[in-house]
Design a protein around this ligand. Structure first.
Ligand SMILES: Cc1ncc(COP(=O)(O)O)c(C=O)c1O
Length: 336
C-alpha cells in the first residue's frame, strides 16, 4: 500500500539524519538531555534569535497542547478555522475550553474572518499557514494587518508545518513580524519536509518570557534521544530540503493538471498535498475506493468531519502517474 494520507515526505529523510542515527543508536540506554541545547542553538542560529526563544517538543502537536495548557485558563477561549488542522479543536476540547471555528474565505484562512470571534475571553488564535487540508496560504500583508488589530495580550500562533514547501513570494516573513509583534508564536515541524515524522519532533520560536512559561510545563525527557540527533543533522542538509521542495512543486503541478483535466476540482496548493472537493459524497467515495483497491491510500476528509472532500499527499513521479492512469482508465465508472 502506498500511503498518501498523512503528508509525509515521499523522498524519505536526509541521509545525514540516517547517518547521525546510525552513529548514536547504541546509546539509547541513556536518557536524552533534559534541555536539548545543541538543537535549540542550531535553530536559534538559523532564525537569528537566541536559544531562549526556542521550544522543542515531541511533535508540534505536543507544543500545540502545551500552548493551550499553559496559556488558556478556565473560561478563556481559543479561535481557529473550520476546515483546518484538527489538533487545535481536539486539544481545546480535551482541556474543556471553548473553541470558535471561523469560516474559511475561498478555502483560505482569511484572518479578517477571525475578528468577529475575538472577545475579552480570547487567549489563543491558531492559523495554519499553509492550511491543512486546503494547502492555501495567507500573505505577509494579510497577517500583518491582522496582528495590528489584535490585542498584544492574545497569542497568535502561525502553524508553519509546511513552510519549506511554499514558493509564493507573498508568504509571510513571520520571523520579521515577530520582532514587531511579540505575541506571534511560530510553530514548525520536522515531520514534513524534513521527513522525521516517525521520530516526533517539532519546534516553536517565541518571545523569551512565553518560551520560559511553556518550558516550565513540559514533561522532562519527553524528547527522545535520537530525534534531536537526527534533527540537527537534517538541518544541515540544505540540499535535501531544496530537492524535496523542487520535486514536490513539479509533481504538484503534474498531479494538479491531470486531476483538472480529468474533470475534478483540485485546489492549487503551497504544500505537499492537494485538496479535492466533490459535488456528491458518492462520487468521492468511488475515487477513494478505486485508489485504495489499487494500492493507494489517500485521506478521506470524512474522518475529520468534512464530507465530499479528499486530500492526496503529492507522491513521487511514478505514483502520480499511476494515479492518473487509474483515474483515467476507470473514468466512466467514476462519473456514473
Ligand atoms: C498544520 C499542521 N500542523 C502540525 C502538524 C503536526 O506535526 P507534528 O508531526 O510535528 O506533530 C500537522 C500534521 O499533519 C499539520 O498538518
Amino acid at each position: 500500500m502506498i500511503k498518501l494520507s498523512s503528508n509525509e515526505n515521499c523522498y524519505g529523510c536526509s541521509p545525514l539524519a540516517i547517518e547521525a542515527i546510525r552513529k548514536k543508536y547504541k546509546d539509547v540506554h541513556l536518557y536524552p538531555e533534559l534541555n536539548p541545547v545543541a538543537l535549540k542553538e542550531k535553530l536559534a542560529e538559523k532564525y537569528g534569535v537566541t536559544s531562549k526563544n526556542v521550544i522543542v517538543g515531541a511533535g508540534s502537536v505536543r507544543i500545540i497542547d502545551g500552548l493551550i495548557q499553559t496559556f488558556v485558563g478556565q473560561g478563556d477561549e481559543i479561535i481557529t478555522f473550520e476546515k483546518s488542522f484538527v489538533a487545535y479543536g481536539q486539544f481545546a476540547a480535551l482541556h474543556k475550553h471553548k473553541c470558535h471555528f471561523a469560516p474559511l474565505k475561498e478555502l483560505r484562512c482569511a484572518p479578517e474572518n477571525l475578528l468577529s470571534f475575538i472577545s475579552k475571553k480570547t487567549r489563543l488564535i491558531f492559523i495554519a499557514n499553509p492550511n491543512n487540508p486546503t494547502g492555501t496560504i495567507i500573505s505577509h500583508a494579510e497577517l500583518e494587518k491582522f496582528l495590528k488589530k489584535v490585542s498584544k495580550k492574545i497569542i497568535v500562533v502561525v502553524d508553519e508545518a509546511y513552510a519549506e514547501y511554499v514558493n509564493d513570494p507573498c508568504y509571510p516573513h513571520s520571523f520579521e513580524l515577530q520582532k514587531k509583534y511579540p505575541n506571534l508564536v511560530i510553530l514548525r515541524s520536522f515531520s514534513k519536509i524534513y521527513g522525521l515524522a516517525g521520530l516526533r519532533i517539532g519546534y516553536a520560536i517565541l518571545e523569551e518570557k512565553l518560551a520560559s512559561q511553556l518550558t516550565e510545563g513540559q514533561i522532562p525527557f519527553s524528547l527522545n534521544y535520537l530525534s534531536s540527533v537526527a534533527a540537527i543533522a537534517a538541518l544541515e542538509d540544505e540540499f535535501f530540503i531544496a530537492r524535496s521542495a523542487n520535486e514536490n512543486a513539479e509533481q504538484h503541478d503534474y498531479l494538479y493538471q491531470k486531476l483538472k483535466k480529468l474533470g475534478y476540482n483540485p485546489i492549487p496548493s503551497q504544500a505537499n498535498f492537494i485538496y479535492l472537493w466533490f459535488d456528491k459524497d458518492s462520487e468521492k467515495k468511488k475515487v477513494y475506493d478505486l485508489l485504495f483497491q489499487n494500492g493507494i491510500m489517500i485521506c478521506d476528509m470524512k474522518i475529520f468531519g468534512q464530507e465530499k472532500a479528499l486530500r492526496i499527499t503529492v507522491g513521487e513521479s511514478s505514483v502520480n502517474k499511476k494515479i492518473n492512469v487509474i483515474l483515467n482508465t476507470f473514468k466512466f465508472l467514476l462519473r456514473k
